[in-house]
Design a protein around this ligand. Structure first.
Ligand code: GLN
Length: 445
């Protein structure tokens, strides 16, 4: 708490702290230990955690960094919150983000921006900007974020921390405020690969309350941290190191690939021919799903209500005043793409492209264990640099989106600096094979 008080005025990672309850919880854990009712051998026992503010917490405001939910107090905890509580963690507060997780720079928060701890004039990345910056600034040992098109990995890359987007269906999304339901996943942000494996072990697993959750046993990811990757087959898609990737980023990633080779991995250049269509497909699919998911914010059921003398005007005014520009842009785009007459041309077509992208990965994984490349084409850009240009902002996600479309797991971990800012190495694995990703990441780290 002291560290947060010391630095968070500058960083802006926390939207709110739950100080009293956190201290009360810490005391409760202490006395459980003293009374022999608990054992501190669980690595997460007693550790504070920060949660992205789209993960619902019982009795603690959850705003999604939107004015719409300014006063929304959930009546239940998300499954991940329950699981971490069972492991003895202490929820310390809720972390800043782009409104409803839409954005790549955290500049779309309705409350305040987040600054990159490495250089306060730069963005921390988004949409889990608070989750990444809080870990990078030493405010919490780990945090949770959500990733729909890169929102865990891109900020992890910009802030020099480790961020994992698990396989779609691996972690329950019960209690995650939905953005694009066929893409959303919750995952951990940590300072090391080992920490990351520990947290995923705790939060992964089947949950009957999330119909997309998959009933598969959760491996002990920490057992994969053997350090040995001899003979591991590594694919390097040439599309991921092509034009548009900053020189410094390309160099660091190539060096990382050399390191993997020196550890005994067999690296080979390959092609993912449909990756160039991923961005277009994503912004149709994600916006369509968002337009549908966000229809629940109607001024009646949750959050803000601006009462007018008829229902339609109440909807309109509440939504006009409650949502920020980026959220409105997505809703309009998605509503348009789903309208009758356009559905086939946009939404259905995007779904077909999505299948091709998934097949690209499936084909690669017949011959390779992991795929590697950069997490983002550049290092953290300057605050304000892209806010007025949504297309440039969207283009930033080009290297993280294909994995959400394919549902495969991917991690971002630091691989050095370019111009004084962290570069992220992305490692992608087969569906439900987070263990191999951790194995490679740990050996590299
Ligand atoms: N930047 C992407 C978007 O704005 C991804 C967001 C996310 O993963 N939540 O949609």
């Amino acid at each position: 708490l002291g560290r947060i008080e010391e630095v968070d005025d500058k960083i802006g990672a926390f939207l709110r702290l739950d100080k009293e309850k956190a201290l009360e919880r810490a005391r409760e854990l202490d006395s459980r230990l003293q009374n022999g009712e608990a054992e501190a051998d669980d690595v997460l026992f007693g550790l504070p955690i920060g949660l992205k503010d789209n993960i619902v917490t019982k009795g603690l405001k959850t705003t999604c960094a939107s004015k719409f939910l300014e006063n929304f107090i959930p009546v239940h905890d998300a499954t991940v919150v329950e699981k971490l509580r069972d492991a003895g963690s202490v929820t310390i507060g809720k972390l800043n983000m782009d409104e409803f997780a839409m954005g790549s720079s955290n500049e779309n928060s309705a409350y305040k921006i987040v600054r990159n701890p490495w250089n306060l004039d730069h963005v921390p990345g988004g949409s889990s900007g608070g989750s990444a910056a809080s870990v990078a600034a030493g405010e919490v040992p780990y945090s949770l974020g959500s990733d729909t098109g890169g929102s865990i990995r891109e900020p992890a890359s910009y802030c020099g921390v480790v961020g994992m987007k698990p396989t779609y269906g691996r972690v329950s999304r019960f209690g995650l405020v939905a953005f694009a339901s066929s893409l959303d996943q919750i995952g951990p942000l940590t300072r090391s690969v080992e920490d990351n494996a520990y947290v995923l072990e705790k939060i992964a697993g089947f949950d009957t309350r999330d119909s997309t959750s998959v009933n598969k046993p959760v491996p002990k990811y920490t057992e994969a941290l053997a350090g040995d990757i001899k003979g591991m087959k590594v694919a390097v898609p040439k599309e991921y190191l092509g034009d548009g990737v900053e020189d410094g980023v390309r160099e660091r990633v190539k060096e990382a690939i050399d390191t993997l080779k020196s550890l005994g991995a067999e690296c080979k250049e390959v092609s993912l021919p449909h990756s160039k269509f991923a961005l277009s497909a994503y912004y149709v699919i994600a916006s369509s799903e968002a337009s549908s998911n966000l229809s629940r914010f109607d001024g009646i059921r949750y959050g803000m209500r601006e009462t007018e003398d008829n229902l339609l005007d109440t909807y309109k005014r509440s939504r006009s005043e409650g949502f920020g520009d980026e959220v409105k842009r997505r809703i309009m785009l998605g509503t348009f793409a789903l309208s009758s007459g356009y559905y086939d041309a946009y939404y259905k077509k995007a779904q077909r492209v999505r299948t091709l992208i998934k097949q690209d990965f499936e084909d690669l994984f017949l011959d390779f264990d992991i795929v590697v490349g950069p997490t983002a084409p550049t290092t953290a850009f300057k605050l304000g640099e892209k806010v007025d240009d949504p297309m440039t902002m969207y283009a930033n996600d080009i290297l993280t989106i294909p994995m959400n479309l394919a549902g495969v797991p991917a991690i971002s971990l630091p691989c050095g600096l370019s111009n004084g800012l962290p570069v992220g190495l992305q490692i992608i694995g087969r569906h439900f094979d987070e263990a191999t990703i951790y194995r490679a990441a740990y050996a590299y780290e």
